[in-house]
Design a protein around this ligand. Structure first.
Ligand code: DNO
Length: 362
């Protein structure tokens, strides 16, 4: 297991590489190039420059999160071939720049959704929260507006301003698309890019839908074990893999996260893990919480144990943290609580490794 931290380059992060380097056990960052419009090729010289900056801080740039997929690909429009060629070119450049794993998503129009980005918990910390009635009553541009107000001027991945204008029309487009057609568009994309990823030495790791249920009647597919099986069977290369996000999949109480980890990490198809906890409220509502099992509804010990038992060697990052100790940062992506999360996960991991080696514990 390699512990990494998400980091946004080009001055768009309150957290510095130097600070990340001081978090014990963190070897690298998952980063991105938000300035490149979705669908364009990521230039090799920019990637190399970014890598030099990250390496100079003593960290690795082996993971990219994300190269977003142009909506024409998800919609299956004739224009998709041009964007797929660009995606292939980006994959080749990522490989040349030493990137080993690409986290991406295939969610239509909206990447992730919350009703509040700074919901206050009784201890005074703030977290991202989800209230289903609020999310479904607002239209997506209202959600985007409300989120932007609480983003403290930082970009919100997946809610980039250039996407907002087309959102209404995009949502309308998908109303008549069947899930079968959506799966077909996904397979078309995978069959074109996975062989290129293999050659480039990059594994692709799709992020589950967040939350894992349909919103605005959009087709959602990476939501549960059965659909993940379907996804992995669309293209059986190891390079067609998963980002296992515990908080995204875990928002559906029917998803047994340790069992999902055992099945797919056991099959060598999980390449990246986003580990965070959530606290279930009524219905499907939830608050994000500190990582510690006692603070949320997911059992972090069982989840980390499932990775450990599967001999997981991929990347892990602490996912969204709370905002604590007066920190002002991009919601979910402050330094302090994510650093606490990383140390907690590393502590569980060390206890499991040494428990097995020294005491024969299983
Ligand atoms: C939100 C993130 C997502 C994730 C993308 C991957 O905090 O987990 O935006 O990076 O879905 O493409």
């Amino acid at each position: 297991m390699k512990m990494i931290f998400r980091w946004f380059p080009f001055g768009d992060d309150s957290v510095t590489l130097g600070q990340i380097h001081q978090v014990p056990g963190v070897s690298g960052v998952a980063t991105c190039m938000p300035a490149i419009p979705v669908g364009d090729v990521w230039p090799l010289d920019m990637l190399e420059k970014l890598k030099t900056e990250i390496n100079a801080a003593g960290l690795e740039m082996e993971v990219i999160e994300s190269v977003n997929i142009h909506e024409d690909i998800k919609k299956g429009l004739p224009g998709r071939d041009k964007y797929i060629e660009n995606y292939q070119a980006t994959l080749r450049n990522l490989g040349k720049a030493g990137v080993k794993c690409l986290c991406y998503n295939f969610m239509p129009v909206i990447d992730w959704a919350r009703s509040d980005l700074a919901h206050e918990l009784p201890d005074g910390s703030t977290v991202l929260s989800y209230r289903h009635a609020q999310v479904t009553q607002m239209n997506p541009s209202k959600i985007a507006e409300a989120m932007e107000k609480k983003a403290l001027g930082y970009s919100l991945p997946g809610w980039e301003p250039e996407r907002l204008g087309a959102m209404g029309a995009d949502i309308e487009f998908y109303q008549s698309m069947t899930r079968d057609d959506y799966w077909k568009n996904m397979k078309y994309f995978l069959d074109a890019v996975i062989p290129v990823a293999e050659q480039a030495g990059v594994v692709m790791a799709i992020h589950p839908d967040d939350p894992p249920w349909p919103l605005f009647n959009l087709p959602k597919v990476i939501t549960c074990a059965e659909n993940i099986r379907t996804f992995l069977s669309l293209n059986t290369s190891r390079a067609n893999g998963l980002t296992l996000c515990t908080g995204s999949l875990g928002a559906n109480r029917d998803n047994d996260i340790p069992a999902i980890v055992r099945e797919f990490a056991g099959a060598g198809r999980i390449h990246f893990a986003h580990i965070r906890n959530i606290h279930f409220l009524d219905g499907v509502d939830f608050d994000e919480s500190a990582h510690l099992s006692a603070c949320g509804s997911l059992d972090m010990y069982e989840i980390v144990k499932a990775f450990h038992d599967s001999g997981f060697t991929g990347y892990v990052r602490p996912d969204h943290g709370r905002m604590i100790w007066g920190e002002k940062a991009r919601p979910g992506y402050g330094l302090y609580d994510r650093a606490l999360g990383a140390e907690y996960i590393l502590g569980l991991w060390e206890a499991m490794t040494k428990g097995r080696e020294r005491h024969g514990m299983r």
